[in-house]
Design a binder for this molecule. Structure first.
Ligand SMILES: Nc1ncnc2c1ncn2[C@@H]1O[C@H](COP(=O)(O)OP(=O)(O)OP(=O)(O)O)[C@@H](O)[C@H]1O
Ligand SMILES: [Mg+2]
Length: 239
């Protein structure tokens, strides 16, 4: 039995696979799969307008339900400012993405297996002074090409779009961007600004995940996720 460190409890899709939350992540997985008929994806980037919208919750739980569907999934913690992915899986963060980007290592040296079958993690590694520069490097492009060939799905967890440029730098390297909006937390003007910045990068597909949506419409906010996933065209029509 793995140690429980608090963060691990957030991996509801693994711990409580029959819960409504796990079910909503499976719905998100289905929606992404449907939309990939037009936009085949391999590398998925998760971001949001501001802090604490639920990016890392979505990245990790989505990775779990994708692995449960027999995909080989890799999550890379590209939040080199406030990395948390290692905490969800109770891993140390001694070696990770930053080591791969600045040292001459094999990718496998920074890949950790998790207790979820088929799910692997590259933690952030030590926090660097120049995150944007590292993420925008040609070594990052090469790394993504290599992992895309080795896994069925690669999920990139990133910092908020409005605060720092990291997600915008990475967006063109991904096949699909998931913009997480959190009911009661994301302001509509910030959401639009974030979407526009991502679309301007030439990101091939930008979808929206609504976190903590009031799906019953009665003002009661259940702990629940509702998702909408659309292509660039759908989003521009929405404007
Ligand atoms: N639907 C939800 N209901 C209740 N709590 C939630 C929900 N989604 C996320 N949280 C909690 O909100 C906090 C922030 O979530 P998370 O770390 O996923 O956000 P983030 O966007 O990755 O944050 P950051 O900007 O720091 O990277 C966490 O404690 C998480 O457990
Ligand atoms: Mg996060």
């Amino acid at each position: 039995m793995a140690r429980r460190n608090g963060n691990e409890r957030k991996l509801f899709s693994h711990i409580r696979p029959k819960s409504a939350i796990a079910e909503s992540f499976r719905t998100l997985r289905t929606n992404i799969n449907f939309s990939s008929v037009d936009w085949p994806y391999k590398v998925l980037l998760t971001t949001s307008p501001g802090p604490e919208d639920g990016k890392s919750t979505v990245s990790t739980n989505l990775a779990v339900v994708m692995a449960q569907a027999k995909s080989r999934v890799l999550i890379i913690d590209c939040d080199l400012r406030k990395p948390v992915i290692h905490k969800y899986f109770d891993l140390d963060n001694i070696r990770g993405l930053t080591n791969l980007l600045v040292q001459d290592l094999e990718i496998e040296d920074a890949v950790y297996a998790t207790e979820v079958e088929g799910l692997f993690v590259i933690p952030s590694g030590p926090i660097p002074p120049n995150p944007s520069e590292l993420l925008g490097s040609s070594k990052m492009v090469e790394l993504l090409e290599k992992v895309a060939a080795a896994y069925d799905v690669v999920i990139l967890d990133t910092p908020p779009v409005i605060a720092v440029t990291d997600a915008v730098i990475l967006a063109p390297m991904a096949d699909s961007v998931l913009l997480v909006l959190r009911a009661g937390n994301s302001r509509i003007d910030m959401a639009r600004e974030a979407r526009d910045r991502l679309v301007r990068t030439g990101a091939r597909s930008v979808g929206v995940v609504l976190n903590e949506a009031d799906i019953r419409g009665d003002g009661y906010y259940p702990y629940y996720y509702y998702s909408y996933y659309g292509s660039k065209d759908t989003l521009s029509k929405e404007k």
